[in-house]
Design a binder for this molecule. Structure first.
Ligand SMILES: [Zn+2]
Ligand SMILES: [Zn+2]
Ligand SMILES: [Zn+2]
Ligand SMILES: [Zn+2]
Ligand SMILES: [Zn+2]
Length: 404
């Protein structure tokens, strides 16, 4: 009887799910489960201090995504399943904390306990897909609390979470992120890839030639959503860039003011020939870079695409190569933990500050702190100072403190 129930269950799962989300071999298998969002886009909040009663998120990132990576449920079916034994399983995910995953594991136990004797995998699947986020209280905002592993080996954080878990639970709930700071960039990247995947396979009617085209042959203006085929938009852009009128690189839709500049730089890059793109970039640089503090160039030497920085964000993510970086230190994004400014960088900053005019000095003081800059200037001759005073980055949440 067991055997028959099991086989029927697996056949049923196979018929509903595709082979990428359901794998089974012998008595072990794996389900990839995409939890449904009750509100889309869901906002991702990264903050060391969130959940401590402060509701208006003064620090940290708040970014929307439409897709979250799946949970992975690995299971094996024991001899006596489903008669008396439940499947052995572990549940892994990169964006839930171990304690959240443990909650889900216990809920799966509960579902099994209510249904002992019956096959259970589909019930589990359904719960995880349809109800798990609500169950965890995740509706409009996913808080990435610092219960995740952190790059700095903080025994206080890790120690606390280990202690509260029984051994058994700790093994079942698998938090797959190695480093807290990696989660947001990974989520943003996943979301963008998913959006892109959906886009390239969809069919669109070009707003210029009115032909139906596959998404992969089209370009979409991000803010207004208008779609054109690459052929039409390329010739449209090329004319404007050749004329040097980049400020008129707006969406061709009448009345639509969405601009291809600066936050559509990728649209232009995709659409026009390389020498025209180079020209576009030069024009972009001349006309807007001085006034737009929200464009940075990708720090990776081989890439250097323009990257739009959202207001008050500390993360920049290159649309072209996906590199996620701290907007202050330009190194790989490190969450809200302070960034190390390299000794070389401090020396450069001192020089820049010393030689800067009044406006420049004010600007730098605003960014790094007057006291810090002065002290750095006083001490810059001493290499030890540099070594012992690598300091937190102002944009990465913590105030700069130079030990006296
Ligand atoms: Zn939060
Ligand atoms: Zn067209
Ligand atoms: Zn438009
Ligand atoms: Zn890049
Ligand atoms: Zn930084």
């Amino acid at each position: 009887m067991n055997q028959e129930d099991r086989e029927n269950e697996l056949l049923a799962l196979e018929s509903i799910l595709d082979s990428a989300t359901f794998k089974f071999n012998d008595s072990t298998g794996r389900l990839d489960i995409f939890p449904q969002l009750s509100i889309s886009p869901i906002k991702i909040h990264v903050d060391l201090n969130c959940g401590t009663g402060n509701d208006d998120f003064p620090n940290g990132e708040l970014r929307g995504v439409n897709f979250l990576p799946p949970y992975e449920l690995n299971f094996s079916l024991p001899e006596n399943y489903p008669a008396s034994e439940s499947p052995k399983f572990n549940l892994s995910c990169m964006w839930l904390s171990t304690s959240q995953l443990n909650k889900l594991c216990r809920k799966l136990d509960e579902i099994w306990n209510r249904n002992t004797g019956n096959v259970i995998l589909y019930d589990w699947y359904q719960f995880l897909q349809e109800e798990s986020l609500d169950f965890l209280g995740i509706t409009d905002i996913l808080h990435l609390r610092n219960e995740f592993p952190s790059a700095t080996n903080d025994s206080r954080i890790n120690g606390a979470s280990v202690k509260s878990q029984s051994r058994n639970e700790f093994r079942r709930a698998i938090q797959t992120t190695l480093n807290y700071a990696e989660i947001l960039p990974m989520l943003l990247k996943y979301d963008r890839e998913k959006c892109r995947e959906n886009f390239i396979t969809a069919i669109f009617a070009c707003n210029i030639c009115f032909e139906d085209k596959k998404g992969m042959d089209c370009l979409q203006f991000k803010d207004c959503g208008h779609v054109y085929c690459k052929k039409c938009i390329s010739s449209y852009f090329e004319i404007h860039i050749t004329e040097g009128a980049i400020s008129s690189l707006i969406c061709p839709e009448p009345e639509c003011k969405t601009t291809a500049l600066p936050n559509q730089a990728w649209v232009v890059k995709d659409a026009v020939k390389q020498h025209l793109y180079d020209r576009y970039e030069k024009l972009l640089l001349q006309t807007t870079l001085d006034t737009m503090s929200d464009i940075l160039y990708c720090p990776l030497v081989h890439c250097q695409s323009p990257v739009i920085i959202e207001p008050d964000a500390t993360i920049g993510q290159c649309p072209s190569c996906s590199y996620a970086f701290c907007v202050h230190c330009k190194l790989a994004y490190h969450g809200v933990s302070p960034c190390k400014i390299a000794a070389r960088e401090i020396i450069r900053l001192c020089k820049e500050y010393e030689e800067g005019d009044h406006t420049k000095k004010m600007e730098m003081e605003k960014k790094y702190g007057r006291k810090v800059l002065r002290k750095a200037l006083d001490d810059k001759a001493t290499q030890e100072w540099v070594d012992s005073n690598t300091k937190p980055c102002p944009g990465c949440n913590a105030a700069i403190q130079v030990s006296e």
